[in-house]
Design a binder for this molecule. Structure first.
Ligand code: JEE
Length: 246
């Protein structure tokens, strides 16, 4: 997968040199390219923002630098990329959406700042590529960079060869076919005894059936405590399946 990121803060993405994603880039599984939006400004101050038409707080990112950046990065011959635009007003980013994005050969991320990007940039981009406006949660960030890091990490770990043990991606809480969208329960490693706490004996029993039952029980407990609404959705899904099979 190729990933292009357009931003006024390229250094924000230093973490993408590290760990799993850094290794995947070195292995050629991921081709991540950073682009400084200011490279496409035309004034000596490299201006990327201006006051909003109609008044209101803050500044808005000018269309011209973005238009030319997207032309340069995403405008080549061949199939266009999917443009991903993090925004507070975007569609919720979920594991399901991450799975779909992981099937794309080429993603371009537009990282906004200030109060956002002039709306004509998305309208112009939609004429030549699919555009997805996504939000990573119901809280307000200062820009799109941290959201892009979240999306890139979530999508990248689903690519074959990125995770050492592909199994762990499948068992993720929200991965389809896992423990039905339940939250993971507690995990343990050596030593078996630590600061007067013991690892649950079932995990040392070698009885895989008992371990699976225990893990499911702990997952249900954790989900009931932290995300009860997921249990209601699970019950509704189960009921729907039963009614369909009748
Ligand atoms: N993904 C994601 C995000 C973002 C996100 C993503 C991208 C950008 C680019 C700029 N910002 C800052 C910003 C702050 C507030 C507002 C709202 N204002 C609109 C105009 O009226 C006043 C109020 C807009 C933009 C961003 C924030 N925040 N939270 C998420 N889950």
């Amino acid at each position: 997968m190729r990933i292009d990121i357009i931003t006024i803060f390229p250094d924000y993405f230093a973490p993408l040199e590290l760990s799993l994603i850094g290794k995947a880039r070195a292995a050629g599984i991921l081709d991540i390219r950073l682009h400084d939006l200011r490279s496409w400004t035309r004034d000596r101050h490299n201006t990327v923002d201006d006051t909003p038409y109609g008044g209101g707080p803050g500044m808005v990112m000018k269309p011209q630098p973005w238009g030319e950046a997207l032309d340069a990065v995403a405008g080549g011959a061949g199939a266009p990329p999917r443009l991903v635009l993090p925004t507070p007003s975007g569609t919720p980013f979920t594991q399901e959406r991450a799975k779909r994005l992981s099937d794309e050969p080429w993603l371009v991320f537009a990282c906004g700042r200030y109060e956002g990007i002039d709306a004509r940039v998305v309208a112009d981009a939609e004429r030549r590529m699919p555009v997805e406006e996504l939000s990573i949660g119901d809280y307000v960030l200062a820009g799109g960079e941290s959201a892009t890091l979240v999306i890139v990490e979530t999508v990248s770990r689903l690519l074959p060869g990125v995770l050492g043990n592909a199994e762990s991606a499948v068992q993720d809480s929200f991965a389809a076919g896992a423990m039905e969208h339940l939250l993971e329960g507690p995990v343990y490693t050596k030593p078996a005894h630590w600061r007067d706490q013991e690892v649950p004996p079932v995990l040392l029993s070698g009885d895989h059936g008992a371990v699976d039952r225990w893990r499911r029980h702990e997952a249900l407990r954790k989900t009931a405590r932290n995300r009860p609404e997921l249990l209601r959705e699970l019950a509704a899904r189960r009921l729907h399946e039963l009614e369909r099979s009748d």
